[in-house]
Design a protein around this ligand. Sequence first.
Ligand SMILES: Nc1nc2c(ncn2[C@@H]2O[C@H](COP(=O)(O)OP(=O)(O)OP(=O)(O)O)[C@@H](O)[C@H]2O)c(=O)[nH]1
Ligand SMILES: *[C@@H]1O[C@H](CO)[C@@H](O)[C@H](O)[C@H]1NC(C)=O
Ligand SMILES: [Mg+2]
Length: 242
Amino acid sequence: MSGRKGDRYSVLLPTYNERDNLPLIVWLLVKCFKESGYDYEIIIIDDGSPDGTLEVAKQLEKLYGSDKILLRPRAKKLGLGTAYIHGMQHATGNFIIIMDADLSHHPKFIPEFIRKQNEGIFDIVSGTRYIGNGGVYGWDLKRKVISRGANFVTQVLLRPGASDLTGSFRLYRKEVLEKLVERCVSKGYVFQMEMIVRARQLNYTIGEVPISFVDRVYGESKLGGNEIVSFLKGLLTLFATT
Ligand SMILES: Nc1nc2c(ncn2[C@@H]2O[C@H](COP(=O)(O)OP(=O)(O)OP(=O)(O)O)[C@@H](O)[C@H]2O)c(=O)[nH]1
Ligand SMILES: *[C@@H]1O[C@H](CO)[C@@H](O)[C@H](O)[C@H]1NC(C)=O
Ligand SMILES: [Mg+2]
């Protein structure tokens, strides 16, 4: 087994209508951890998806074993922020990896996150689309402009010390994530950003790994005007209160 002795990585996979993506992401995760030799568990937090994601998850639990695949479902859609908290409460690892289940985040980057963490003894390792080989695939110009713009405005206003604020592919020390979650008040897209802003306030160290982000192939995407307005509101609130 590689990695430091006793280290264990708990991957939190929140799902809502990810029936088509879940088998592949779990297969990729298992393969990646087997090849790299790190100790792991995968915690699937499904929020009562109407497409039957939970049934698929149960099949995967049977296939890979209930020590590796943990199902921690909730009865209805209660949102991503609380899904992370719920998953974290059931995690047995001393490190938590948060990623999307829609294949936008590729598990192949996880060993790089872990190496980076070991190298710098970082509290957080954040995937970034905005440095080195990082990038975004499959987004139209509108979405790229919005994402870049949001990131730029935030960099200027909050000087957060990380290059990608709205991304959610990250590794945290468990106790650091617990502290951050305790302090974070925002919802939606602002949540990821607030985590980094609070981390800097608490003097946590952040390492970065370039990642390529691929837009979802299966399932609905839903970035609209509402998200943009609530993002700006949240950003201004953070600016005013920190
Ligand atoms: N448990 C849970 N998971 C959720 C909820 N909302 C989204 N998810 C999952 O969280 C991850 C990120 O959500 P996405 O819908 O991909 O958000 P996004 O990447 O900003 O938008 P897309 O363009 O739709 O991909 C995915 O794995 C979703 O299935 C929720 O309310 N509860
Ligand atoms: C963070 O570091 C700064 C500068 O060294 C220090 O003034 C501040 O008190 C520290 N904050 C916390 C929460 O430890
Ligand atoms: Mg997505």
